[in-house]
Design a protein around this ligand. Structure first.
Ligand SMILES: NC(=O)CC[C@H](N)C(=O)O
Length: 274
């Protein structure tokens, strides 16, 4: 499998936002560089000071970590900071065909900002992410069932089941009253769900670490270009990151690259047109 050679990747410019307690910039930049994209890491304060610089990037990544110390709620302060300073510019970025990826704290942030689920024009926060049902912060690998009918450009070339590291305290998705959940289901805006050993979506702990309904572990917008998920694709770049890599090697199932790298490659490939 050499699925990671992406023609045109050198023309893909990605912006990775850093600072204020975020902590996954090294892995996220490494992943995007590995698949050939041109990556800029920029402190949120600098990005906010020059929002029009966003025009130079086709992919904006909101990384994992503890923005503003998770005060009030994970991603809440960061989202409010962005709403008034960069919200309109981010919407234009998406309207112009740009991609946005939110990983863990980044997912929490773009949900609270209202970029996801993105069913109406403008920033419309209609879902949220709250405390895990049990045990608070939980760090373990999870299995994800991938909806390959989803419009999500990041996940469309993934196998039906992947495993990724997961580490968060506030990953349970909650909905406003009404038909919203059915709309998300019907439009395949739930690209990844926590899955049991058989690969079926589950609400049972520990396969589902946060109690998210329907096993929802990520959401995309109807364009498929805005995607956020709780697990960390940037933490599975090498096959040896997997806790069972030795057993996988003995069984002949060790992948050539970490499956998380494929997820990030999906975004880069969508931009490069490959
Ligand atoms: N790994 C992360 O990005 C964690 C997100 C957030 N700080 C939480 O605990 O829920």
């Amino acid at each position: 499998m050499n699925a990671l050679k992406i023609d045109g990747a050198a023309d893909v410019r990605a912006l990775v936002l850093t600072g204020y307690g975020l902590n996954c910039e090294a892995e996220t930049c490494a992943a995007l560089q590995t698949v050939g994209a041109r990556v800029t890491a920029r402190h949120v304060a600098d990005a906010i000071a020059d929002v029009d610089a966003l025009a130079g990037f086709q992919l904006v990544v909101f990384i994992g970590g503890f923005s503003f110390g998770d005060h009030i709620a994970s991603g809440r302060v960061f989202a409010n900071r962005l709403r008034f300073k960069m919200g309109e510019r981010l919407l234009r970025h998406v309207d112009d065909g740009g991609l946005v990826l939110g990983i863990c704290n980044g997912f929490q942030t773009i949900v609270k900002l209202g970029l996801l689920p993105g069913l109406e024009p403008g920033l419309s926060p209609r879902v949220s992410l709250v405390m895990n049902d049990r045990l608070g912060y939980w760090d373990a690998w999870v299995r994800l069932a991938v909806d390959r009918v989803s419009p999500c450009v990041f996940t469309r070339a993934l196998p039906p089941v992947i495993e990724l590291p997961s580490r968060h305290g506030e990953g349970k998705l909650v909905f406003e009253e009404g038909p919203l959940r059915q709309v998300l289901e019907d439009r395949h805006l739930i690209p990844v769900r926590y899955a049991d050993e058989a690969g079926a979506a589950t609400e049972r702990w520990p396969d589902n670490p946060d109690g998210s309904p329907g096993g929802i572990a990520g959401l995309c917008d109807p364009s498929g270009r805005v995607f956020g998920l709780m697990p960390h694709p940037e933490a599975y770049l090498y096959p040896e990151n997997h806790p069972h890599w030795i057993a996988q090697r003995e069984a002949g199932t060790l992948p050539e690259h970490g499956l998380g790298l494929h997820l990030l490659a999906g975004g880069v490939r969508a931009i490069a047109g490959g």
